[in-house]
Design a protein around this ligand. Structure first.
Ligand SMILES: [Zn+2]
Length: 307
């Protein structure tokens, strides 16, 4: 939580000019002491109500709630420590964080920083640098069906919890198809998609190199597993998919490409593609009924590449 600054009264308080005290009797030292001790409600020494200081402008509530959260020491410390969850908490939680970003009131929060859980990568927003690689990657704690089975450590932990919960709820076993994919691998993947499908179809289903969330280490594609794991196209409609759509947010994930977001993201629905944004932000995303990160952070739609 950042402290809400108290309004500063620039103008000195003017002296209160009340009516003269209704002292019609001789004030003796004893009388004053008695009145202080007993404070009778109808005492002749009752102070007049303070006169409102009309020359002081009323507190601007908008300005106060929109105070500069980036100036707060707790926010700065959490950011410097690389602790995304603590940063969101220091803003006052997910909704305060989102509101500050949307209002342009959080200059210390860069939606372009690929190291952060709130980075937005889309067809108009390539990763910077374009060949960015996360500093740490660990194996996903679920069965994986490709060799791209790593994500950032906090994401792996969340996947483990989510997969356990899904199984405990009777939704079946979750596996993973793809986690982190490097820039170099995305070059290969995209080029082979273009060769197989043509560029238009390739762009509807896979990101161009430097534009993939998989390159951040914050995204993964999940699959439904029984004796064996299914593929991506077989995921929609499974018990696992239904459970993920309903509960992934509880573990910090959003389903990034939904039917309702096609016009904004330029991607066909991918019920399997989960993007980690942290529990606080995912809860706000879910409760707010958002369908794209672009809407969530007040960014323009990005259905097409510039070139
Ligand atoms: Zn994906």
């Amino acid at each position: 939580m950042y402290a809400v600054p108290q309004p500063q009264h620039a103008a000195p308080r003017s002296p209160i000019r009340g009516p003269a005290l209704p002292i019609g009797i001789a004030v003796t030292a004893i009388g004053v002491l008695l009145s202080l001790a007993t404070v009778p409600t109808s005492a002749p020494f009752e102070q007049p109500e303070p006169v409102a200081l009309m020359e002081v402008p009323p507190v601007d509530v908008e300005a106060t709630t929109a105070a500069d959260p980036c100036a707060d020491a707790v926010v700065q410390q959490a950011l410097a420590a690389g602790d995304d969850a603590a940063t969101v908490a220091a803003f006052g939680g997910g909704e305060s964080f989102r509101a500050a970003v949307v209002a342009g009131n959080a200059p210390c929060i860069s939606l372009e920083d690929p190291a952060r859980a709130w980075v937005v990568v889309n067809k108009a927003r390539p990763l910077a640098p374009v060949d960015y690689a996360p500093p740490a990657l660990v194996d996903l704690p679920v069965q994986t069906t490709t060799r791209s089975g790593q994500v950032r450590p906090e994401v792996a932990a969340a996947v483990g919890e989510m997969a356990q919960a899904a199984e405990a709820a009777g939704a079946g076993r979750l596996g993973a198809n793809n986690g982190y994919r490097s820039y170099g691998l995305q070059v290969t993947t995209y080029e082979s998609n273009v060769r197989a499908l043509g560029q238009a179809e390739a762009d509807a289903g896979s990101a161009r190199p430097g534009h993939s969330e998989h390159q951040t280490g914050l995204a993964l594609d999940v699959v439904a597993c029984a004796a064996r794991c299914g593929d991506l196209d077989g995921f929609g409609g499974t018990a696992q998919s239904n459970w993920v759509a309903e509960h992934a947010w509880e573990y910090g994930f959003i389903v990034r490409y939904e039917q309702a977001g096609i016009g904004t993201t330029g991607y066909q629905p991918e019920p399997w593609h989960l993007r980690y944004i942290g529990v606080d932000l995912a809860a706000v995303y879910h409760q707010g009924g958002f369908h794209t990160m672009e809407e969530f952070f007040g960014l323009p739609a990005a259905p097409d590449y510039a070139h």
